[in-house]
Design a protein around this ligand. Structure first.
Ligand code: ATP
Ligand code: SF4
Ligand code: SF4
Ligand code: MG
Length: 389
């Protein structure tokens, strides 16, 4: 077994704790086992010297440390590590021309990291956190596999890739102007503009778009590129049910005979889109392992059951079951949490009318179409947007 010691970069806060990991480690007398790295400003653990007692795991007030023993064989498959004591990603999915590969897994297991690697944006360091690992090393690492050919062609620009990023909220930071200007600049196909209803938004500034509208713009921009590899990181987020189907349909139609990777949490979208699915399992924030691929339906069923047979791996104690209706809440007389009179909002290009109503404890609100004003309404409720009435 190999000892893996990971300090979650987001959770570790040396300015707010008493450096318990450093203080209580029984073998840290010379300060060479656990220390606060001056550059990273985070705790770092030497895996070679750590004896795996687990004391630091319990003492850290922010639960930032994971110490696990993983099989030796797995170490050979380590693809990328975000620096010393950083998150570790094991294995990669294999992309095949004409097949849509789906990735399914919990948060912080390395899905976006994989998307960046397969798009050629991140050259994986093969878990060598010291020294430099380059494209040649990556190609060598995967010799004899389909990934060797893939990376050889990707790194020599024989394969061109487009990556629809996960965090579409970043788009307005980098792209200014109206939807119409962006459509023109990015060469977004007219057919997609109409199909996704973007034609009604051509005069709207991109920073005024709803989450769903931004998502459709981003997917349309990616699908309009004539490339070999299409990578979609969470293409269904922010979209209502109807729009999800529209986007999934377009992805299948526009990417035929290409390499396609889709990271998605919506099982229905994945079931519709993917030919094969890999499940990523591990410990969020610490390490992620890519399973062998399976048919979409089979992989989804295994994911729900909590047991991956090809890996002989239990990923959850209990299966996930879907109820046909939301569970009844016994809250007695429903307390009204928020009440409002008729509301009228005028944002220039967009007007919103909401009839007087209330939100009561234990009541469910239905899902409404994209761009109808849900976020604007919430902004009114918290006082961020002032209604006319
Ligand atoms: N540049 C970076 N430096 C250090 N750690 C990073 C970096 N990028 C990501 N990580 C960490 O790597 C882990 C995996 O991140 P990644 O974004 O790949 O996960 P994900 O599976 O896509 O998660 P989600 O489902 O939330 O999108 C996380 O713990 C994240 O904080
Ligand atoms: S790992 Fe925990 S105890 Fe150690 S520096 Fe980070 S937050 Fe503090
Ligand atoms: S697991 Fe034990 S030996 Fe390893 S760093 Fe933590 S306290 Fe030190
Ligand atoms: Mg992600």
């Amino acid at each position: 077994m190999v000892r893996v010691a990971v300090v979650d970069r987001d959770s570790c806060q040396p300015k707010k704790c008493g450096h318990e990991c450093v203080k209580y480690c029984p073998v840290n007398k010379s300060g060479k086992v656990v220390w606060i790295d001056e550059q990273l400003k985070k705790a770092v653990i030497s895996e070679a010297l750590c004896i795996g007692c687990g004391i630091c795991v319990h003492k850290c007030p922010f639960e930032a440390i994971t110490i696990v023993n993983l099989p030796d064989e797995l170490e050979r498959d380590c693809v990328h590590r975000y620096g010393p004591s950083g998150f570790k990603l094991y294995r990669l999915p294999i992309l095949r021309r004409g097949k849509v590969v789906g990735i399914l897994g919990r948060n912080a297991l390395g899905k976006t990291t994989m998307a960046k690697i397969l798009a050629g944006e991140l050259v994986p360091n093969l878990c060598e956190t010291e020294g430099k690992t380059g494209a040649e090393d990556v190609i060598r690492q995967f010799r004899g596999t389909e990934l060797q050919t893939y990376f050889s062609e990707l790194y020599s620009n024989k394969l061109r890739a487009v990556h629809k990023i996960q965090y579409i909220e970043l788009i307005p930071i980098y792209l200014k102007g109206t939807v119409g200007e962006i459509v023109k600049k990015a060469g977004i196909r007219e057919e997609l503009v109409k199909r996704f209803g973007l034609d009604k938004l051509l005069n709207r500034e991109v920073d005024k778009l709803s989450g769903g509208e931004l998502q459709k713009l981003a997917v349309a921009a990616a699908l309009s590129k004539d490339v070999d590899v299409y990578i979609f990181d969470e293409p269904a987020t922010h979209l209502d049910v109807v729009e999800r189907v529209k986007v999934a349909d377009a992805i299948r139609e526009y990417t035929q005979n290409k390499y396609v990777l889709v990271v998605e949490h919506d099982l229905t979208v994945l079931d519709f889109l993917a030919d094969n699915i890999v499940i990523v399992y591990g410990k969020p924030g610490a390490y992620g392992i890519v399973s062998h691929p399976a048919g979409a339906r089979e992989a989804i069923n295994e994911y729900l059951s909590g047991y991956i047979s090809s890996e002989n791996m239990r990923i959850r104690d209990r299966p996930i079951k879907f109820e046909t209706r939301p569970p009844e809440r016994k809250s007695g007389k429903a307390a009204r949490l928020v009440e409002w009179e008729d509301i009228y909002v005028d944002l220039g290009g967009f007007q919103l009318e909401v009839s007087s109503s209330y939100i009561a404890r234990g009541k469910w609100w239905s899902h409404r179409p994209n761009g109808i004003g849900k976020t604007t309404f919430l902004k009114v409720l918290v006082g961020e947007v002032k209604p006319v009435k």
